[in-house]
Design a protein around this ligand. Structure first.
Ligand code: NAD
Length: 292
């Protein structure tokens, strides 16, 4: 089996490298060119060429729109040999269902397989791969999923359920990062050191993924290099709240978190998402100025 990989961004480059290291024969494509094609892979400029050479295609694309465009490109040539598509992008459940239906009409299996754990987790093979699809679709792609990470969990038997799981996860991660940024900014304003607060929090009841990983590794060190952009986090929170509104569910916390991530993504488009801390903290200064 030859595996296609489309989208060699921060996450895709790491996942494609894992597949290559696992011994898969890989044909890769990205609009941005071959710079991040893993060693041993064959780069092609056109997704139609991927479709003509690969039975299984893995995508790591920005959003559902890009995934839909790529999937149509795979089918366009007429000479494709694609049997299954795995989408590791965060597209939201709706896009996953639409893409799944389009592929099903062509007799192609689809598994949505979004990921969590960051670029560092992908390299360490600890990245969570949550996936869903029919029994037939899942058993077709599981050998390829094994190449992506050692941490894989099937969460359901139809397309879109893994996307719902991913939105649950990222809404919580986004909320932890936003709330921790406000709380740490408050503590610093009150005269506490960030390192002291993290030390106390991580053995206290306020600890979360921001206090135990993002703040120590990216904020305290001022590295801000998680490899996940604020545009993608704002997209994920937007997908979550869109689904929640559609379902008529509660959005008290969701709206506050959504507004903050959207504002940060609009003002510093493309920044690492961990820079939300200095973005939030700067409000102390701007409020102080407006008072005086
Ligand atoms: P990225 O923006 O770094 O990379 C996306 C890549 O897709 C780019 O290289 C771009 O050129 C390529 N691309 C876009 N449209 C294309 C098209 N039509 N054809 C071919 N290539 C195309 O994004 P990323 O950080 O790698 O994230 C990819 C997906 O994984 C997103 O859906 C994101 O939400 C999800 N994700 C990322 C992380 C992370 O830590 N970076 C973690 C979990 C999930």
């Amino acid at each position: 089996v030859t595996v296609g990989f489309i989208g060699l961004g921060n996450m895709g480059a790491a996942l494609a490298a894992n597949l290559s290291a696992a011994g898969e024969s890989l044909v890769v494509a990205d609009l941005a060119g071959p710079a991040r094609a893993p060693a041993g892979s064959v780069f092609v400029a056109d997704v139609g060429v991927v479709a003509a050479q690969c039975e299984v295609v893995v995508c790591s694309l920005p959003d559902g729109k890009a995934s839909a465009t790529v999937v149509r490109g795979l089918l366009a040539g007429g000479d494709h040999i694609v049997e299954a598509v795995i989408d590791t992008s965060t597209t939201g459940p709706r896009a996953a269902r639409v893409i799944s239906d389009e592929l099903e009409m062509e007799g192609i299996a689809y598994v949505d397989a979004p990921v969590s754990g960051g670029v560092a987790g992908a390299r360490a093979r600890t990245l969570a791969v949550m996936y869903s699809g029919t029994d037939a679709a899942c058993s077709r792609v599981e050998p390829v999923l094994e190449g992506l990470s050692d941490n894989r969990k099937r969460v359901g038997n139809r397309a879109g359920l893994a996307q719902a799981m991913k939105l649950v996860n990222n809404f919580l991660a986004a909320t932890a990062m936003a709330a921790t940024s406000e709380a740490i900014a408050f503590g610093m304003e009150a005269g506490l050191e960030m390192a002291t607060m993290l030390d106390v929090l991580n053995t206290s009841s306020g600890h979360n993924t921001a206090t135990d990983e993002k703040f120590p590794n990216h904020v305290l060190t001022e590295r801000y290099a998680s490899g996940f952009s604020n545009l993608l986090m704002a997209k994920d929170v937007g997908l979550y709240i869109g689904e929640m509104r559609e379902a008529g569910g509660p959005v008290d916390i969701g709206e506050a978190v959504d507004v903050l991530w959207r504002r940060f993504a609009a003002e510093e488009a493309g920044a690492d998402f961990t820079r939300i801390f200095p973005f939030v903290r700067a409000e102390f200064d701007s409020r102080g100025e407006s008072i005086t």
